[in-house]
Design a binder for this molecule. Sequence first.
Ligand code: MRU
Length: 357
Amino acid sequence: MPFPYETVRLDPQRRALVILDQTRLPNEAVTLVLSEIEEIRDAIYRLAVRGAPAIGVAAGFGVYLAALRIDTDSYDRFLEAFRQAKAYLNAARPTAVNLSWALERMERVVLQSRGQSVDAIKERLKCEALAIQEEDVRMCRGIGEHGLALLHDGDGILTHCNAGRLATAGCGTALAPLYLAHERGLRLRVFADETRPLLQGARLTAFELTAAGLDTTLICDNMASQVMKNGWVNAVFVGCDRVAANGDACNKIGTSGLAVLAHHYGIPFYVLGPTSTLDLSLQSGRDIPIEQRPSREVTELWYAKRMAPEGVKVYNPAFDVTDHTLISGIVTERGIARAPYADSLRVLAAAGANPQA
Ligand code: MRU
């Protein structure tokens, strides 16, 4: 059955970004129609639209919609206002490099269009934002095809957070091979970590996988070791928000612990993401900025009553970095990078026009 929801799209008539509000899933499917830049930034910050590739697509549309409202015929004044809008959106979340990657791409269009009318530049920005969305759909398919080669009939796959349809404009990154395998008749058993504190695994991954008819078992994050020990997991598939030049991969908090467990149990651990998530300007994962989120996500959110004493200190990093030595392969739309990643990632990045390369 086709997935009946669209994660993120442009409505050109209404001059709006249309998203499925992921904070309301799985209980309610609410669509948000956003035309103000403040609303778009807030939607990214609140995770109403989330997942590295989807954030990039939303940012492309967001800065285009902001550009439409710049009322001037002067190129220089347009560029200045465009850059303000870009910086404003870029500050929404710091970790997923797809946000700045998409915004840089949009700015390049403006810079390459000097000499053209502002109206013509706005039209080119629309085309670029739509191209980012279309490429995202294709890259999901490409990751799916490459990742499919790692799967066998009967495999158990453990995944963390949500790196599926709801995190992209297409069929996902880490989940794309699972969808493809399912389409082609392979029987898989998927274990979805609930993913504290924002429950992307319980609310989103379990939702989209069960909607597609995949055999899905939800576990709390602290059950992963037991599930591995039972012999139920043949591979771990996770997404990524930024990958450094040495292969260190940043993803949802809890991912690096899974990699340590997988290493202990001798289970292959794969990171799946588009080449737009590579940031080869950073030597290692130590340089990746880690988003810190409000303490109430840990102490209160989802509970009927607060579940921690008032005044307790809370540490709530949204991401962690998995050491490249624990990663069996990094699956991109251009192929699978293997260690040594400093070489293989550079080759993959050079195979296309990746601005971070
Ligand atoms: O905070 P989120 O929900 O945006 O975090 C998302 C993840 O960590 C995903 O695994 C990652 O962005 C890859 S999505 C294809």
